[in-house]
Write a protein of this length. Structure first.
Length: 107
């Protein structure tokens, strides 16, 4: 009898996913009152999104310089309370202009 490794991988993935979702429901039955732990759980989604997005920002352009400039411009726009569309548009325009300038300077 030949064993299919993909079936084992699928079963393990299903079990791990199920355990991650079920264990907190079974172990923590009352409201979390610890201020530090509540704060930690509040910021976990934002940190996870930032950790996944940051490397993609730096690798998405032809040069890391234009990516870094766009990151700074987008962070400044977000700091001053601009909306998501304005922040994204300012980052994209920064990459576009800086790539044009860098291409002109190199050639």
């Amino acid at each position: 009898m030949k064993h299919n490794v993909y079936v084992y991988i699928f079963i393990c993935m299903a079990l791990v996913t199920y355990l991650i979702r079920i264990l907190p429901l079974t172990l923590i039955r009352r409201e979390i009152k610890n201020r530090f732990f509540r704060s930690f759980l509040y910021y976990v989604p934002y940190v996870t999104l930032a950790v996944m997005t940051f490397p993609a920002i730096l690798d998405a352009t032809q040069s890391p310089v234009s990516a870094a400039l766009a990151l700074v411009v987008a962070c400044v726009a977000a700091f001053f309370g601009r909306g998501l569309f304005t922040v994204a548009l300012s980052g994209c325009l920064t990459v576009f202009v800086s790539e044009l300038v860098l291409d002109y300077l190199i050639k």
